[in-house]
Design a protein around this ligand. Structure first.
Ligand SMILES: Nc1ncnc2c1ncn2[C@@H]1O[C@H](COP(=O)(O)OP(=O)(O)OP(=O)(O)O)[C@@H](O)[C@H]1O
Ligand SMILES: [Mg+2]
Length: 204
């Protein structure tokens, strides 16, 4: 059973932590169980509360190893690992053990330059446009950057995760019992396309 997804990439601030939580929330909305694994030592662990998924502290290599080992005996659970920026060695290790690797990048030349290097280093990984503009004009400009700078990588790009300001609610220690429809829709869409890449036969 394919169940381990890693959100990594060399650049900081691309949306790894947000995408981890949005994806797990999306899985929850689709009735699937998941854990969001924290590996970034600069972040504080979160508790479940009203979440539809379980945040887990995997900041020490020892804990992370145990979580991954345990997941193998919990086939009905999906695991999403939130990497930290600028940790190429850890990214390589996560790449080796994952079933699906996502590399978020924003609409900036700096992010695009970094994600191109990461896509070359991790040939099975997918790029995922993150914090993507919702305004029509900005979207057109962002699309143009993809055409100019990411043409060769197009088949390896997932649909964008749009900028939704409510996404920060998922990163707070307590989340409201009900979340804005816009956020739920973006999270559900993200979860669906990830399931498709994880196991094309199951999702069909
Ligand atoms: N889809 C989104 N819509 C709106 N804001 C977003 C979205 N994704 C991320 N952000 C915001 O962008 C900032 C950086 O996001 P995040 O912390 O998820 O990035 P990161 O890659 O985990 O960063 P780091 O490298 O520091 O771990 C945060 O303020 C977050 O709230
Ligand atoms: Mg982060």
């Amino acid at each position: 059973m394919k169940q381990l997804i890693c959100i990594i990439g060399n650049k900081g601030g691309t949306g790894k932590t947000s995408i981890t939580h949005m994806l797990c929330h999306g899985f929850g909305l689709l009735g699937m169980r998941s854990i969001a694994v924290l590996t970034d030592i600069s972040r504080e662990p979160l508790t479940r509360g009203d979440r539809r998924y379980t945040p887990i502290d995997g900041r020490s290599p020892d804990k992370l190893e145990k979580i991954i080992a345990k997941l193998e005996f919990m086939p009905e659970w999906l695991g999403v690992i939130d990497g930290g920026g600028n940790r190429p060695e850890m990214d390589s290790q996560l790449y080796e053990i994952s079933d699906l690797i996502l590399l978020p990048f924003r609409d900036s030349h700096e992010d695009i330059r970094t994600v191109r290097n990461d896509l070359d280093a991790f040939p099975e990984a997918y790029g995922i446009p993150s914090q993507w503009p919702t305004n029509a004009w900005q979207q057109m400009t962002a699309e143009r950057s993809l055409d100019e700078l990411m043409q060769d990588y197009r088949p390896r790009l997932l649909d964008p995760v749009y900028a939704v300001s409510a996404s920060k609610l998922l990163l707070e220690s307590q989340i409201p019992p009900s979340l804005p429809t816009m956020l739920n829709n973006v999270c559900r869409g993200l979860a669906r396309q990830v399931l498709e890449r994880l196991d094309p036969h199951e999702a069909a």
